[in-house]
Design a protein. Sequence first.
Length: 570
Amino acid sequence: MSFTHPMALWLGLVAVPVVILYFLRVRLDHHTVATGMFWEQALAPERGRARWQRWRNKVSLAAQLVLVAAATLAAAGLQIPPPQLIVLILDNSATMNAADVPPTRLAAAKEFAGRLVEGLHSEDRMAVLTTGGIPAVVSSASDDAAGLQAAIESIPATHEPSQMAGALLAAQAIPVPPGLIGRIVVLSDACFADAAALSGEHGFEMVRFGTPAPNTAITRLAARRTLPDPRVCEVLVETRNYSPRSAESRLVVALDGRPIDTVNVSMPAEGRWQQVFRMTTAAGGLLAARLDPPDAYPADNEATVAVPPAPTLRIQHVEGVAGDSQASPLFRALAANPLVEILDPQAAEKPPDAGPSVSIRVFEGHVPETLPPGPVLVVDPTACDLWRVGEPVEDPTVARLAEDSPILAGVRMLDVYLDGARRLELASSPLPPGETPKGYPGVRALPFLWTADGTPLGYTIDRPQGRVVVLSGNLEQSNLAMQAALPILVANALDWLSGQPVRGTEKPADCVGGIADARGLDLRGPAELGVEPDAVIIPRPWPPAWLWPAGLALAILVAEWCLYQRRWMT
């Protein structure tokens, strides 16, 4: 019991003059008369009320005191129960989207919160907080029922985990006004971490929504392209069963809506299931995995991940000698690469820049005087602005390889000779390996093949206008064309020229991550925590408690007036 206006209790001091006036009542005078016969006849009707007359003044005093007490309680604003500040924490985390409580757990919690607002008394206050993701204050302490209802309806559903510990700390930090009793009421499914421990630590009242519904979820979806063949994409799918019983589902994997594979999934109780799919496609798209049929929480039955397109290298092959360019060993090595798109294989009569959107230019047997910008692969070069061609190499057999060169990753050259190889003099003067040619700032040249006498047969040149790989020697006269090292060497050169990781030089990343819109959730909250919403009795706010003493005071006043002023009993 409490009072809205406790200072009004001083009105109870009015009882003091009432009692004093009772004891200071007027005394009747006694007079002697000649005969009492006539008085006896006049007072005969009053004799029947003699017993009442003995209690009349005492009853009047009691009635006056009760009247004063009732009026004092009404003026002080009697509150039964006492007014309270309810800090309502509404859990809008991902598990509250489960549909085991129709339409969802969150919708049922909002409906219950609305009934709590309707049950507030005139002096009650309520503040509303949420826990999905970052705890937030939706409404500060207020007695505006319409505003509180609007704030509750505006709470959105989220796919974030519950941050109940932070929300409870924020609720305890809200100051409780004097005269009010603070309460923390949590509307949740109790699926947050350390639910029982938080309940004992913070002492909140929980109303629990939801049932121990089983849930199957896609917990991991990832896709990567393989390094040996980037057209091949490996897809990892992992599912989990949040149930004490085994579960059967159907997994559908699709790329941009086109089905790739369908698998029957059998998951043991509390168990996981994994499988790797392989698909071959150079195009990218949105890869989706879906579990059928849907369960109580459909959001984690589907996951999507973006698959980037396989990198395609657009090649313009320019052969500087007469003949069928498509019959050259270099052309065959380029055509064997699944990621290469040869734009113009008959480009002998065309200038090097005639091709549309050329990514890499390939010159064989001829090089323009000024090397064009962009990545360039040159085999059997002629002179240009970056190098001069010198005397033929006496013994063009490859004797030493640069082990750290990305061009030679996975390449084995056994007794390879490059007939027709000539000495290359970079920037008009021979330089030690790794030095910058004179007059070309920012250019760095590194040899990767040498003869027995240390003559470089190939260079990787990094320049601001684009990378360059140059290999001296005629492939048609060399035994390199008959070895498996040639397509690997060409593929490595194209990867290095395009800036892509050279296949075989980097370890593939693990198939993890990539999940954008699914998270496995256990919907089974602790059943011993909290109470069901149907077990909560919400009192009606009307009538206010102060009306009862006010009504009693009015009734006593009317009875006093009728009994004593109208003399119904005298």
